[in-house]
Structures are given as C-alpha cells and as structure tokens.
Design a protein. Structure first.
Length: 161
C-alpha cells in the first residue's frame, strides 16, 4: 500500500497548498513512512497525529527565518498527517488520539493499511488512476519537468489540466 498514499498525498498537497517551493519528495516520504510500522507488527506513533504535529513544530522552530528551508522540510510532517487522513486512522479513536484516549492503543492489532483486504487493492488501483491523471496534469511527459521534479521535488502547478 504505497501507491495510494504517495500519489494521493502529493496530488492533494500540490493542489491545496499550491506552493511552488514545496519539495514534494518529502511529502511522498512522509506519506509512506507510516507503512514501515508493518515491519514491527502494529501501528505505533507514526499512526498518531502527535508525531506529525511535533515534527511540524520542530521544522517551524528549527528553521525559523529560513522560509525556503521550512517549505522544503514541511513536506515531511504534512505527508505524515496526510497519511492519517488517507488511511482512515482517524476512525480508530484509541490509536488516533493516543495517548489521550487509550494509552495502550499503540502496537495493538495490524496496521490499518493491510487490514482492508480487497479495499486495499481498490485503493491502490485508485492511486494508479490518480497517478496517471497527475502525470499529465503536472506535465511529467516533459523530460525537463521530470528531471526538475527528481532534483528539486517541485511540480509545475501553473499547467492547466
């Protein structure tokens, strides 16, 4: 379950924030990072907003006065928070509101990404379809734009789709 989270987070952030300086590679990394918790057997702190919000505050305070640095690194916590929305983690009160609702919720049960059965397959297929649309929308057929994205993480947001 990487395509759905990566593509949907990049497209959502690009269209909502419309920031020419946003490094969407960091958005991608933040959006797929919580899936790594499947390797440790259950949802942990990456499936709670507390880490994303804490990282957001750290970026804003740590890069105070350096707007371009902030814009680049803000992609990571924004991607992590986008993952929570795209995953439906907000529907699990104990996990989402940890440690306030249920201090023992971490690590219990499977990660939400792999507990959907065919629903997960459908989300991945939706991610592929969204990716194809975004490929055209952001002009990725142009080798210069692809290279620019790979080097800087920036998308051409002015292109009308």
């Amino acid at each position: 379950m990487l395509i759905w989270f990566g593509v949907a987070a990049i497209v959502g952030v690009a269209l909502v924030f419309d920031s020419p300086s946003m490094d969407h590679r960091f958005v991608l990394l933040g959006a797929v990072l919580p899936v790594a918790e499947s390797l440790v057997g259950g949802p942990w702190i990456l499936h709670t907003p507390i880490l994303g919000v804490g990282l957001l505050a750290a970026v804003m305070l740590g890069a105070r006065g350096r707007r371009l640095t902030q814009r680049r690194w803000l992609g990571m916590p924004i991607g992590m928070l986008a993952h929570l929305v795209l995953d439906g983690t907000w529907a699990d009160t104990g996990l989402f509101w940890w440690p306030f609702a249920d201090a023992g919720a971490l690590g219990s049960g499977p990660v939400p990404e792999f507990g959907r059965g065919w629903g997960g397959v459908i989300l991945e297929l939706l991610g592929v379809a969204l990716g194809l649309w975004a490929w055209r929308r952001f002009g990725m057929t142009d080798p210069k734009r692809r290279t620019a994205f790979l080097r800087t993480g920036r998308l051409d947001l002015e292109r009308s789709g």
